[in-house]
Write a protein that binds this ligand. Structure first.
Ligand SMILES: [Fe+2]
Length: 288
């Protein structure tokens, strides 16, 4: 199985000046079974930005594109409506017990005009079959409306756990906009419960973005004897890359001993793009 990982496209004022067509040509040159898009599709969650991001995603030649929102995609009261209209009309999980939800603005007033969905958290599962293997992608929304800091609602983790327990799958992967192993100035405050969630469901791989800085890390919990790898991508197409260049990742033979990770960096030159590819070979797989 080959995965293409993109993140932080930032359509809107934070989007770079490179030509989308050239970027798409490059992305489409990889034989991805699944595209993973770890959020910040937009800059300010405007409808025009969601529409541009959705059109870009539709131009990627892959039957399975799994996108999650980032903190920038939650800057609008209509974020959930727009995400489902332009990015992916996913089956949003509703809390098992809404009274237990503690996240700020997770429910908007039902009397607010013009909004279809008054529940703002976008958690969902996707089950995708690749070469006869069933892959469960757990899509966690750690973003809060109008807030750049991350927070995971414990009730939504409980809701996801319940849905996972009813699903059958061969492999399980987690998508989450924020890093849970390292941090930045806009962190996920309660990442501890996500780490516990990963242990509970024996999840060995988590994909994230947010900081615009590449890092691939592995946890080492020697007491619980559970280990996982976090793949944190840089920004695909942001004009502000204070930490790293623009990039995407391609995981060939993902999760096997033959896995090879391609780090593909793009640089804008007079609106044209040049790409440099670095290959991380023989990425060791650890069995729990
Ligand atoms: Fe972000």
């Amino acid at each position: 199985m080959n995965l293409l990982h993109i993140s932080d496209m930032h359509f809107g004022p934070r989007h770079w000046l490179g030509e989308s067509e050239l970027l798409l040509e490059k992305l489409n040159s990889y034989a991805a079974d699944i595209v993973i898009n770890t959020g910040d599709n937009t800059t300010d969650a405007l409808e025009s930005e969601f529409e541009a991001a959705g059109n870009f995603l539709k131009s990627i030649n892959c039957p399975h594109i799994v996108s999650i929102p980032g903190n920038h995609d939650k800057r609008n009261m209509r974020s959930t409506d727009y995400f489902r209209q332009y990015i992916d009309d996913v089956d949003v999980l509703r809390p098992l017990n809404r009274k237990n939800c503690k996240k700020n603005n997770i429910f908007l007033l039902g009397s607010t005009n013009g909004i279809k969905d008054h529940f703002t958290d976008i958690n969902f599962l996707k089950n995708i079959s690749i070469n006869g293997e069933s892959i469960l992608l757990v899509c966690l929304d750690a973003n809060s409306l109008y807030d750049d800091n991350g927070f995971v609602d414990e009730e939504m983790l409980r809701t996801l756990s319940d849905a996972i327990s009813k699903a059958s799958y061969d492999r399980i992967l987690l998508l989450n906009h924020y890093s849970i192993l390292d941090t930045d100035s806009d962190p996920l405050f309660n990442s501890r419960i996500v780490v516990e969630f990963m242990r509970q469901h024996k999840i060995e791989h988590v994909f994230c973005g947010h900081t615009h800085q590449l890092s691939i890390m592995r946890s080492t919990d020697l007491y619980h004897r559970h280990t996982f790898t976090q793949y944190k991508n840089g920004s695909l197409s942001s004009s502000n890359t204070p930490n790293d260049t623009n990039m995407f990742l391609y995981y060939e033979n993902f999760g096997t001993d033959a896995m090879v990770i391609h780090v593909v960096r793009g640089t804008v030159k007079n609106r044209s793009l040049t790409f440099k590819e670095e290959i991380i070979p023989s990425f060791p797989v650890v069995e729990n």
